[in-house]
Structures are given as structure tokens and as C-alpha cells.
Design a protein around this ligand. Structure first.
Ligand SMILES: Cc1cc2nc3c(=O)[nH]c(=O)nc-3n(C[C@H](O)[C@H](O)[C@H](O)COP(=O)(O)OP(=O)(O)OC[C@H]3O[C@@H](n4cnc5c(N)ncnc54)[C@H](O)[C@@H]3O)c2cc1C
Length: 344
């Protein structure tokens, strides 16, 4: 389909960087307000969710992660990853969101009213830009020798590559807990390396007893107050309270969380608070950054605090930004949620 905005020199009202749930919500709000919006993503539609573990269940009930006023019907109580992807795909199609996928944004030139968004495929002219780039592309690195060996990953997809393999799961939060249980239940020999004295308090109440019991009965081995100091081809070196250990091992799942791509954000002219979390600076009611005309939305707003904003509350950023562009009054959105806490 050809639209006005396909003309090479057409000026859009809004370019949204990132086709995650929040980026899509921004484009839909804009369209519903009569603005011309385009969403550009360096990967697939809802690329972060595509990268989540297969059959993962969201913690949120579907009503809390709906966008654009479209109901989200699911089979069970909580949506799965696959249902989520299919829902957002369907909503994007129904709303005719102008999408450019597998096109990476590399720079933003110009100023409010006349931005030129430079991508791997060309330039897009727009009056405003929303940065909704999330946090899932840059893993928190362990910073130890061997981290770049091919048997190490920061992204857990499914247990099948690890059948009858020795798997070290690094981390003590939800992602680590779920990966450890999943691998154990599919025939892997699992060892957890946890930096703290116990599993994180944020591990979901329905996961914790299962994992604690597997550790107690010895089905999953766990070292607490322990850190990996080196990864070798067939073993890992671990510093424990009882001294260093050299544990024979095949695969490493480093479930140590992720952070926004701060280098990219800095090149866009965004500024950050000196608060220990590199929180981007923006107006809390309009979500406009210190670069006029450039807005932030979704998880990226929290800086290192990637659990501050998620789909449940981040989707409301879209309404605030569009209200502001339409000259309407905006308000602050609370970032705490009783429904969903930290995942990693
Ligand atoms: C396992 C797991 C379970 C979760 N469960 C829930 C839940 O139940 N409820 C909930 O509310 N939240 C949940 N979350 C958090 C939620 O998924 C994120 O908060 C959400 O994806 C954030 O949406 P977003 O649109 O801000 O960013 P993202 O979904 O991360 O989207 C950002 C997009 O920006 C793109 N991008 C980045 N850089 C560029 C660039 N330079 N050029 C072009 N595109 C770029 C990326 O490819 C990506 O598609 C979960 C997270 C995880 C990891």
C-alpha cells in the first residue's frame, strides 16, 4: 500500500524508534489523534519479546498489557510469549501502523519541527521523534575471561540444546531460576552460581519453593555467595566462601540482566542524571527530553532501573506524549506496579 508518508520528502509528525509494545502504542495513539507516525525497528516486530524464552508466560494478565484499546483474548490466565507476539502483530496490522523493520536508526539530525532520522536504509523526515528502544539488546556482562566463548549466552531460549549437558546458570533472579528449572526438567545437569547469599527476593512466589526444593534434594546444585572468575572450554572457575573451585561444565547461561544501549542514546543527544542509574533526563509529564522534540517512552526511561517501566505502565507514556503534541494537559504516570515487579 502506498501512503502520503511514502513520498521521499514527506514530513511525518512522529517517528518512533522501536517496535516494542510501547513504541507501537505511541504510533497508534498518534494515528488515533490524526498524526502521521512511522515506527522503525532494527529487528523484527516486538523484537524483544521474540527474543524471550519459548512459551514464556507473561506475569501480567492480558488486560494490563493491551494497547490501543484492543482486547487481548488468551487461552489461560496469563498470556504466553507466542500469544503476546500474535496479539501485537494483529494490533499493528489492524491499526495499519507504518512499520519499517530490520532498519537500524543510527543518528538523528536537525531540530524540533525538522528532524532527519538516519537509518541503515536512508533518511526519514519528521517533526518529532520518540525513542522507545527498551533494554534488551545490551546484556550486563560478567567481565571475566572466556565470556565470549561460543558456549556462553546471555539469552535463554529453550532447554533442548542442553539435554544431557552440564549447564552453569549464573544469577539468582527470575530468569535464572526459570532457566535452571527448565533445563533440569529437560535432562540437563544444572549448577547455579549465585552472587548473593540466597535467591533474590523478587523470584516469583510460585517459582521459589520449586527451585529451593530441587536445590535441597540435590537435583540442582547451587553455590551462593559465589562468583564465576573464568570460563574455560570444558570448565568454569568459581570463587566460593570455601575457596576456588574448578567445575567441569559444558554451557553457561549468564542470566545477569540487560541495560539500555547508553552509547546509542548518548549519540541522540539524550542526557542522563548523575543518580547511579543513568536515568535519562526528561519531563515527567510530557516525556520530552532535554533535546526539544525528542521524547522517551517505555522501559528506556528507567535507565539502569529496567524494572521501573514495563508494558503495564510504559504503554501510558504514549498517551501523554500524544496529548502533549496535541496541546493538551499531561500528567505524571506512577512507575510502581503491584502487578509486575522485576523479571531478571
Ligand atoms: C522474560 C520477560 C518477561 C516479561 N514479562 C512482562 C510482563 O508480564 N508484563 C510487563 O508489563 N512487562 C514484562 N516484561 C518487560 C517488558 O517486556 C518490557 O518492559 C517491554 O518489552 C518494554 O517495551 P518497550 O516497547 O519499552 O521496549 P522493547 O519491547 O524492548 O522494544 C524496543 C525495540 O527497540 C528496538 N531498537 C533498539 N535500538 C534500535 C535502533 N537503534 N534502531 C531501531 N530499533 C531499535 C529493538 O529492536 C526493540 O524491538 C518482561 C520482560 C522479560 C525479559
Amino acid at each position: 500500500m502506498t501512503t502520503d508518508s511514502d513520498a521521499p520528502d514527506a514530513v511525518l509528525d512522529l517517528v518512533v524508534i522501536g517496535a516494542g509494545p510501547v513504541g507501537l502504542a505511541c504510533a497508534i495513539e498518534a494515528r488515533q489523534a490524526g498524526l502521521r507516525a512511522r515506527v522503525i525497528d532494527k529487528g523484527a516486530l516486538v523484537n524483544s519479546i521474540v527474543g524471550y524464552p519459548a512459551r514464556m508466560e507473561f506475569f501480567s494478565t492480558p488486560d494490563l498489557i493491551e494497547i490501543g484499546g484492543h482486547p487481548f483474548p488468551v487461552q489461560g490466565y496469563k498470556p504466553t510469549r507466542e500469544e503476546g507476539i500474535e496479539y501485537y502483530r494483529g494490533v499493528a496490522a489492524r491499526e495499519q501502523v507504518d512499520l519499517r523493520l530490520y532498519e537500524r536508526v543510527v543518528a538523528i539530525h536537525g531540530a524540533r519541527g525538522d528532524f532527519r532520522v538516519e537509518t541503515s536504509r536512508g533518511l526519514h523526515r519528521t517533526r518529532h521523534v520518540v525513542v522507545a528502544t527498551g533494554f534488551f539488546d545490551v546484556p550486563n556482562r560478567l567481565g571475566v575471561p572466556g565470556e565470549d566463548l561460543p558456549q556462553v549466552t546471555h539469552y535463554y531460549r529453550e532447554p533442548y540444546p542442553y539435554v544431557q549437558q552440564r549447564v552453569a546458570v549464573i544469577g539468582g533472579r527470575n530468569s535464572a531460576a526459570k532457566a535452571a528449572l527448565d533445563c533440569y526438567r529437560h535432562g540437563a545437569q544444572v549448577t547455579m552460581i549465585v552472587r548473593g547469599p540466597a535467591l533474590s527476593e523478587t523470584v516469583k512466589y510460585w517459582i521459589r519453593p520449586d527451585l529451593e526444593n530441587r536445590i535441597k534434594e540435590g537435583s540442582i546444585r547451587a553455590y551462593f555467595d559465589a562468583t564465576v572468575t573464568e570460563i574455560r572450554e570444558r570448565s568454569i572457575l568459581v570463587q566460593t566462601p570455601d575457596g576456588p573451585l574448578d567445575l567441569p561444565n559444558d554451557w553457561v547461561l549468564a542470566m545477569t540482566g540487560y541495560q539500555p544501549d547508553f552509547a546509542f542514546l548518548a549519540t541522540l543527544g539524550l542526557t542522563f542524571a548523575d543518580d547511579g542509574f543513568k536515568t535519562p533526563i526528561f519531563d515527567e509529564t510530557t516525556f520530552e527530553s532535554e533535546r526539544p522534540g525528542l521524547f522517551l517512552a517505555g522501559t528506556v526511561c528507567g535507565g539502569m532501573r529496567t524494572n521501573r517501566w514495563f508494558i503495564e505502565n510504559g504503554r501510558f507514556h504514549a498517551q501523554q506524549i500524544v496529548k502533549h503534541l496535541a496541546g493538551q494537559r499531561t500528567e505524571t504516570i506512577p512507575f510502581a506496579s503491584i502487578h509486575w515487579k522485576t523479571e531478571e
